[in-house]
Design a protein around this ligand. Structure first.
Ligand SMILES: [Fe+2]
Length: 146
């Protein structure tokens, strides 16, 4: 298994743990967390980044934190990031509260943009977490409520 695949697999497992709630407080931090603010779960520091917790990628939030739009039972995930051979968004996933991966999409550097659309289970209500992985700037999540 390539190192990249191992990292992605590990990142998905971490996202599932977060979605399942055992580390949910890591994503429930205030929108502005001062640099001195410890993450609620230190084991995720430097592994999972978010708008609220950009860590070392503080200047990369706009192009890496996935944007989530929910409408008509569908979730659109957009990472506003360029796509090139050297630098691109590798993958999106959508994870439900119980850790179920509701959808996943792997991108190619030649894709025009990093956008994916996933169907929610019928009548789903609860928390969702969109993930986005940049080949240079790590693993990002955006939680949302449906
Ligand atoms: Fe990037």
């Amino acid at each position: 298994m390539s190192e990249r695949r191992k990292f992605i697999k590990g990142s998905l497992a971490a996202a599932a743990v977060v979605a399942a709630g055992s580390a949910s407080s890591a994503l429930a931090m205030p929108k502005s967390c001062p640099k001195s603010c410890p993450t609620a779960n230190p084991s995720l520091t430097g592994i999972i980044y978010s708008k609220a917790n950009p860590g070392k990628w503080e200047k990369k939030v706009g192009g890496h934190a996935p944007q989530v739009t929910v409408a008509d039972g569908k979730v659109t995930v957009l990472t506003n990031h360029g796509m090139s051979e050297k630098h691109y968004i590798v993958r999106h996933t959508l994870v439900l509260t119980d850790g179920t991966v509701a959808g996943e999409k792997t991108f190619s550097p030649s894709d025009e943009k990093a956008e994916s659309v996933f169907d929610l289970p019928a009548d789903y209500k609860g928390r969702i977490i969109a993930t986005s992985f940049c080949n240079l700037h790590d693993f990002w999540v955006t939680p949302a409520q449906v």
